[in-house]
Design a protein around this ligand. Structure first.
Ligand SMILES: Cc1ncc(COP(=O)(O)O)c(C=O)c1O
Length: 383
């Protein structure tokens, strides 16, 4: 095309986990099966009541637009669930349902960030956070967290990165890619810095051992919680998420939703209601399997020579130091895909702080994890 594209498009970098997956799909189309440890997607089916509710909703003709904020029943169910999990009373008026957590992120960053603004993003980070910030004309300010410190966010480091242009602080806990869970004292100290927390709690419920998630709502009334059904309920393809925000933010979020997305899908919202009401046993079974796989894959990766100093507490990823096998994580990941047909995500997807690492998603069947470890054993050569 002979016309220029808008400059903001150049501000967005490719999502490498998706790029690896798309190359893996090409291999599969050509007849080579791939073990998918790259993408953050549970191998479990969604809770059966959610599937049944979706079918029933389609049969009942629930195929039209809804209130832009989502149907009242779902907002009530989300508010009740968050109240139960966090202990903070959340009214349904502070919930807006979105077509996945990612559109929720777009709404919140669009609300808070404009040209010239800055956003604190602890790193290694979920790849899309800085892209959303740049898309809105802002600058992500990356503050490093370290494996040796369990990837704890240091509130003092965040404080020294603040400027008059800082608009919000992003927290992902449990985190992608590190699995780190931030403790209540850290969240409280971050909230005391006096800026809104944008708290991605999509992996809440997927924590192991003694780890407990602190919702940002317990430490701040000005927090924005981003959450959704993709991970906890294994409903990635349903595209269902939500934002819980401060009361005065809800109207502008609603107006943006009306214009940008109109409303979330009605029959998918019905599935969400059923997942919240009846999905707990499915979530518990999944968590138990993930806990077992987490231990196994960490043990296997350590045997192969990867650095995994601490067992990750939450989510379903291991962020493994792969520098024994190569400094360039992108090259290493694509090379492993071509040679072993095991797909993993390059650490550099999660920022420069992740270079030299690989992210392994263990939300895959036990047998696949064993085969993947076996293939890696045959292919990896220490430098
Ligand atoms: C931390 C984090 N937030 C958000 C998302 C996107 O979630 P959704 O499928 O609800 O858009 C992901 C997906 O990998 C994630 O890891």
């Amino acid at each position: 095309m002979s016309y220029p594209f808008a400059a903001r498009v150049r501000e967005i970098e490719p999502f490498l986990a998706m790029e690896v997956m798309e190359r893996a799909f090409e291999l599969e189309r050509a007849g080579t099966p791939v073990i998918h440890l790259e993408i953050g997607e549970p191998d479990f089916s969604p809770p059966q009541p959610a599937i049944d509710a979706c079918h029933a909703a389609l049969d009942a003709g629930q195929t039209r637009y809804t209130d832009s904020r989502g149907v009242r029943e779902l907002r009530e169910a989300i508010a009740a669930e968050h109240t139960r999990r966090s202990g903070v009373a959340v009214p349904p008026e502070r919930v807006i349902v979105t077509n996945g957590t990612s559109p929720g992120m777009l709404l919140v960053f669009s609300l808070l960030v404009g040209p010239g603004d800055e956003v604190i993003v602890p790193t290694p980070h979920y790849p899309c956070y800085p892209n959303f910030v740049r898309y809105c004309g802002g600058t992500p300010v990356l503050t490093r967290t370290e494996a040796s410190d369990g990837y704890r966010i240091d509130p003092d480091a965040v404080r020294s990165a603040l400027t008059p242009r800082t608009r919000c602080i992003v927290v992902g806990s449990p985190a992608n890619p590190t699995g780190a869970v931030q403790d209540a004292a850290t969240l409280r100290a971050l909230a005391e810095l006096g800026l809104p927390l944008v708290s991605d709690e999509i992996y809440d419920g997927l924590v192991y051992g003694d780890a407990r998630v602190t919702s940002a709502l317990t430490v701040s009334e000005d927090a924005f919680v981003l959450d959704g059904f993709s991970k906890r309920y294994a409903m990635t393809g349903f595209r269902l998420g939500y934002v819980i925000g401060p009361a005065d933010a809800m109207r502008p979020l609603q107006v943006m939703q009306q214009n940008l997305f109109i409303s979330p899908n009605h029959f998918v919202q019905r599935a969400g209601i059923a997942a919240l009401r009846h999905g707990a046993p499915a979530v518990a079974a999944m968590r138990e399997a993930f806990d077992r796989r987490r231990r196994r894959i960490v043990e296997g990766l350590r045997e192969l020579g990867f650095g995994v100093p601490v067992l990750p507490d939450g989510a379903f990823y291991v962020f493994a130091d792969a520098r024994a096998f190569g400094a360039d994580s992108r090259k290493l990941a694509f090379d492993l895909l071509e040679r072993t047909h095991v797909a993993v995500t390059p650490g550099v997807d999660f920022g420069e702080a992740g270079e030299g690492f690989l992210r392994f998603c263990y939300a895959r069947p036990d047998a696949e994890i064993e085969t993947a470890l076996e293939r890696l054993r045959g292919a990896l050569r220490r430098r």
